[in-house]
Design a protein around this ligand. Structure first.
Ligand SMILES: Cc1ncc(COP(=O)(O)O)c(C=O)c1O
Length: 393
């Protein structure tokens, strides 16, 4: 097992892939076998009981998938890691493992739309209690946690308004009550932020986004304390939301360039946010790297870079958004983020499409908001593209 003794860019390349495998291939083979064969029934039995190393059935574990799980384990400096078919499968399996009837979760109003849907619609049907606080109101979060809860679920920066939560502070409050702290680290990636080092017990990724980085594979990852990861794994292996070998290979391949991509996206996003901030047709820019951002000081204390995503509100209504977006040449208007291509879209068709307009309003998401996920293109071209599109309004 590789220890986190290397820098992140090195671990992103090597973790999970250090041993020379049976075929001597320099890339991890895509093992598309459903099951794994044994000559000796006794050996088979030992592997299936976890008493000997090996693989039994790919819904549970698979060598290609295991290489990816090891990569995130090392990058998040975790005791253990497991994987899922999508980021939402990682979130839902984690929540449903711990939030059995009668249990309580404290979270924030600004979580990703799919997670919000679980909090607002699904968990109440299972008689789990949900308390959602104003995202940046740390006192309210601490008071809700002190009132008793079993799990605290955070996302920082948040989707799509890039709010910042002080992970260390909230994790300390949660641990006083014995609650498990789960952080969705999708926006930051382990290059920019390590929630476990700040006191979280579990960290979740939609690997579909920056980790894969090329918009061509979906997956979810969970890393953290061994005993907690094992409980979620036991739920997932029966629930069946397993990651397949093909997307696992694609995600691990993408992760090899994670540090390169994130460094570029951090730098480009900051320049673009600074440019938009001064533009007369832009009402508001939400990017934690801006010194004017409300969470800038906390972000500075817990992040090594501010990430590739920002959102900005045009000085107008949704009709203006409809005119503006098609004028951009260097974006795909698409419902994702974290790719080599720049991607943009309004929350009402991307992150918060599952919610009603009233629910979006309740969450403080303006209808003229655009989420802009900076790719790895040359930043001068992106700035020109934004400039031209804004000039056309
Ligand atoms: C912050 C965040 N978490 C989780 C998810 C869900 O991931 P997936 O689409 O892989 O299910 C998303 C999707 O956009 C996201 O933005």
């Amino acid at each position: 097992m590789q220890q986190p003794e290397f820098k992140k860019g090195t671990s992103a390349v090597w973790a999970g892939e250090t041993d020379i495998n049976a075929l001597g291939t320099v890339t991890t083979p895509i093992v598309n076998s459903v099951a794994f064969a044994y000559h000796d029934p006794e050996h088979w039995h030992q592997v299936s009981l976890g008493q000997a190393p090996g693989f039994i059935y790919s819904r549970n574990t698979n060598p290609t998938v295991a290489a990816l799980e090891e990569k995130i384990r090392v990058l998040e400096n975790a005791e253990a890691a497991t994987s899922f078919a999508t980021g939402m499968a990682a979130i839902s399996n984690t929540l449903f493992t711990f939030l059995t009837p009668g249990k309580k979760v404290v979270s924030v109003k600004d979580t990703y739309g799919g997670a919000s849907k679980i909090f607002l619609d699904f968990l109440p049907k299972y008689n789990a209690q949900v308390q959602l606080c104003d995202t940046t109101d740390h006192e309210a979060l601490e008071a809700a946690i002190a009132g008793g809860c079993d799990l605290v679920y955070l996302e920082t920066p948040t989707n799509p308004t890039l709010k910042i939560i002080d992970i260390k502070r909230i994790a300390a409050a949660a641990h006083k009550t014995g609650a498990i702290v789960v952080v969705d680290n999708t926006f930051a990636t382990p290059i920019n932020q390590n929630p476990l080092a700040l006191g979280a017990d579990l960290v979740i990724h939609s690997a579909t986004k920056f980790l894969c980085g090329h918009s061509d594979a979906m997956g979810g990852l969970l890393a953290g304390k061994k005993e907690l990861v094992q409980r979620v794994f036991n739920f997932r292996e029966i629930n069946g939301a397993s990651l397949q070998a093909d997307p696992a290979y694609m995600i691990a391949r993408g992760m090899k360039t994670l540090e390169l991509r994130i460094e570029r996206q951090n730098a480009s996003a900051l320049r673009i946010a600074e440019y938009l901030k001064t533009h007369s047709k832009v009402k508001d820019v939400f990017y934690p790297g801006l010194s004017t951002h409300k969470g800038h000081n906390i972000a500075q204390s817990q992040m090594r870079g501010f990430g590739g995503i920002m959102s900005f509100a045009l000085d107008g209504n949704y009709d203006m958004v409809k005119k503006f977006l098609p004028k951009l040449k260097l974006v795909h208007l698409a419902a994702s983020l974290g790719s080599v291509h720049t991607l943009a879209g309004p929350p009402r068709t991307t992150s918060h499409v599952e919610l009603t307009e009233a629910q979006r309003q309740m969450l403080g998401i303006p209808e003229a908001l655009i989420r802009y996920s900076v790719g790895i293109e040359n930043v001068d071209d992106l700035l020109q593209d934004l400039n031209d599109a804004l000039a056309s309004l």
